[in-house]
Design a protein around this ligand. Sequence first.
Ligand SMILES: *Cc1c(COP(=O)(O)O)cnc(C)c1O
Length: 401
Amino acid sequence: MQKSSQLPDKEGFFGKYGGKFLPPQLEAAFTEIIEAYGRISRDASFINELRYIRKHFQGRPTPVYHAKKLSEKNGGAQIYLKREDLNHTGAHKINHCMGEGLLARFMGKKKIIAETGAGQHGVALATAAAYFGLECEVHMGEVDIVKQAPNVSRMKLLGAKVIPVTHGLKTLKEAVDSAFEAYLADYQNSIYCIGSVVGPHPFPMMVRDFQAIVGVEAREQFVEMTGELPDAICACVGGGSNAMGIFTGFLDDPCNIYGVEPLGVGTKIGEHAATMTYGTEGIIHAFRCYLLQNEDGSPAPVYSCASGLDYPGVGPEHCYLKDTGRVEYVTCSDEECKHAFFKLSRQEGIIPAIESSHAVAFALKKAREMGSGTILVNLSGRGDKDLDYVLEHWGTGEEDA
Ligand SMILES: *Cc1c(COP(=O)(O)O)cnc(C)c1O
C-alpha cells in the first residue's frame, strides 16, 4: 500500500479511483489549475497568508473538547470532539473555501463559480469571495432554492449571484452541469470551486490538503491533553472532506478509523446515501468512485435527513482507503442520528449539525462496544441551520435528556 501522502499519482488517481474524465473543452482549464496549485501551494507567501486567515478570520485552531458528561452517561470509551462547528460560518467547509479563494487570487482570477445543493458550500464560498473581493456565482437548482431559502438569503447578503437552474430535476446534478458550462464559457477570468473532496483532479487532492489542518491540529491537541493517541477516530462522510481532513492526520498511526455514512430510513435504493457500503464502481462529476447508480450508470436517487450527506458518489481517496482496509466505513440511520443530536445538545450544551450527528451516533455505539479507551469525533458543524427541520420532524427530544 502506498502512503496516502504520496497520493494521488500525477493523473489524479488514488489506486483506480479519481482521475479527470473531462470533456475535451475543459482539459486546458483544469491543466491550468493543476499547474498553478502545484506551484502556488509551495509558495511561502501563499502558506503564510492562509495561516493568517485561519487564525484571524476563521478562528483556528478550533479546540478539542472532552465530552465527559456524554461519555459518562453513555458508558464505555471517553468521547472527544474536534470542534469544527466553532469555525467562522459554523462548519469545516470554510477551511477549503478560503484555500480556493486564495488560490483564485494568486492565479489572478476575478470570479469564482460553483454549484450548491443544500446551500452550505454556496454560503462558505460566498464568504470567501467577500473576503477576497472576488465575484461569486453560485448555481443552484430551482427546487433547492425554494427548500433552502435562508442559505439563498445569506449568499445574497454576502454579495454572491445565485443562478437558478431550471432544467431537469432542478437539483444538484443540473446545478453542477450549469456551473461547468459557465466555467467553460469564461475560464480565463474565473475558477471553478468544488465543495468537497470530489470532482476531477486536482480537487480531491487540493480540498484534502486544505482540510488537513483539522487532523494536524487534532492530533497535536489530543496528545497534549491525554499523553496518547486516540484509540479510534470517526467522521461523517458525504463527499468526504471533513473526514479526509481529520483522517489525514492519523493514517500513519495505530488508530482505528471509521467513516460514517447515512443509512437514512432503509437499505433499499432511494432510502439512504451509504455509497461506500452499497455502491459499485462508476463515474460521476468527471471522477471514478464508488457510486449509487441505476442500471444505465446514471446516479441513483439518495436520501438522508442530513442534506449535506445525500450525495450518490464519494471522494476517491475514501474508496482507496476502503479497498486497502485502512479505514472502515459504517452506517448510522436517521433514527440513531436523531438521538445523538438530542443527547449532545442536552448533555453537553452543543447543538450539532445533523450531518455531524451521524458521527456522534456512531461514536456512542462504538464507545459502548469498546468499553474503555478513547474515541475522537470530528464535529464538522453546528446545528443552527437545522433547527427548523428538527422542530418540524423530531420535536424537542425529551426522551434523550
Ligand atoms: C457539507 C457538510 C458535510 C458533508 O460534507 P463532507 O465533504 O463529507 O465533509 C458534513 N458536515 C457538515 C456540517 C456539512 O456542512
